[in-house]
Design a protein around this ligand. Structure first.
Ligand code: HEC
Length: 386
């Protein structure tokens, strides 16, 4: 047996013949053989007795890995490293995590399938495959059907294989040999030296152009204009800083500082400047529901939606809370109280007072006075006392 024999290749003219040939070869017990055709021939896999591809396992494993990575990452960021309440949801909000989990699952699964298929199953790029550049390969990529039985097969025996192939009555039988080791001119010293020289030259010219040439006359363009970059030094001022601090006591427009800290607000100064008009109360309701209700509940009962993740606040209908002055509630929103954080950066001054007015409405609704039980005359809009 020739040591460099890759195998025997037989050519056929019709798809029926190749299916018959595949069946006979499989029945003869050969394992290392392959069929080549210009297009997928239906039924060939059954004729070859092929088992189901294992590619699906790669997809499954990498898909599950993707899901696990996505869930772990989100669990770690959202529940461990930087827990944040978003829209009143729990830290580990599974439904909200579904899209990212899905995306990462699909991403890893598809990448692994394609890369696995091409490199692992097809052994791409197998440049020196013996079938390359053969007459056989030319024919089977055009209008013929081919069968190759490899010499590596355990049952391979030249005379027996020839007998089998002859019995199939092919157009031709070709012996395929391994090609001799190829040499690659690209790896020769001369060429490599040439490449290195080109690389050095290109980087040298680029460096010179970007770092020297552009700073020479007449290429100074806009680089020379008198200006100051942020955070840069300046020789103009004695302290050498380019950026100047604002004059002491400067107040930015619309950012009057809030001077009170601690638990007690000077309520004689903090007076509610807004009347509880319809617009004002609607603003207050909207802001209350957005910023306060996750903890205080929609009606101020302290029935937090974050149970177990944040201490429940007390009811806003306690005598204590009802006796708070408007200024005190404003102060608590602005400054926070114990574990409750400050909302000064999220809610404007006007909105804070509107929330105060709205809390008054909630409190009044739960503790109505008898004078509230009045029937409003719809025509005149006045109170028609009963
Ligand atoms: C993250 C949860 C949370 C949010 C959001 C929140 N609070 Fe509070 N609030 C608390 C907790 C907890 C307390 C109790 C603090 C303490 O121990 O003194 C509290 C206390 C208060 C009190 C004092 C009640 C009392 O009897 O001492 C008022 C008034 C109040 N909050 C108003 C508001 C308003 C108005 C908003 C919306 C701008 C708001 N809170 C948003 C958690 C929250």
């Amino acid at each position: 047996m020739n040591k460099n024999l890759y195998g025997f290749a037989a050519l056929f003219k019709t798809p029926d013949e190749i299916i018959e040939a595949a069946k006979k070869t499989a029945e003869a017990g050969y394992q290392k053989y392959d069929i080549h055709s210009p297009y997928p021939v239906h039924g060939i896999d059954r004729a070859m007795k092929l088992k189901a591809s294992k590619l699906g396992f790669i997809t499954l494993v990498f898909g599950l890995t993707g899901s696990a990575i996505a869930l772990l990452l989100m669990y770690w960021t959202m529940s461990v490293d930087y827990p944040m309440i978003i829209g009143g949801k729990p830290f580990f909000a599974l439904p909200a995590f579904v899209p990212i989990t899905f995306e990462l699952t699909v991403l890893l699964a598809t990448l692994a399938t394609v890369i696995g298929m091409i490199t692992f199953f097809f052994r791409f790029p197998e440049n020196d495959h013996p079938l390359h550049d053969t007459e056989y390969m030319k024919k089977v990529s055009c209008d013929h059907y081919g069968l190759v039985i490899e010499a590596k097969d355990k049952l391979f025996n030249e005379t027996k294989v020839r007998e089998l192939l002859n019995s199939l009555r092919p157009l031709s039988i070709e012996e395929i040999y391994y090609p001799e080791k190829e040499t690659y001119p690209v790896l020769e010293t001369k060429f490599v030296t040439f490449l290195i020289l080109i690389a050095l030259l290109t980087s040298g010219v680029t460096y010179f152009a970007l770092n020297k040439l552009l700073y020479m006359q007449p290429f100074t363009w806009m680089m020379d204009q008198p200006k100051l970059n942020p955070q840069k030094q300046s020789t103009l001022f004695a302290d050498g800083y380019g950026m100047r601090a604002p004059v002491k006591g400067t107040v930015a427009r619309g950012f009057l500082p809030y001077p009170f800290t601690g638990q007690n607000a000077p309520t004689d100064v903090l007076l509610n400047p807004y009347l509880p008009t319809k617009e004002n109360l609607q603003l207050g309701e909207q802001k209350y529901l957005t910023f306060c209700s996750p903890c205080h509940g929609n009606f101020g009962d302290g029935d937090s939606r974050l149970r177990g993740q944040f201490p429940n606040p007390p009811s806003l209908h306690s005598t204590r809370a009802r006796e708070f002055s408007d200024g005190m509630i404003y102060h608590i929103i602005t400054n926070g109280q114990n574990v409750m954080p400050s909302y000064a950066s999220q809610i404007t001054r006007e909105e804070r007072w509107a929330i105060v007015n709205y809390i008054r409405v909630l409190q009044r609704a739960k503790n109505a006075k008898s004078s509230d039980l009045q029937v409003v005359n719809k025509e005149t809009g006045t109170n028609a006392s009963n």
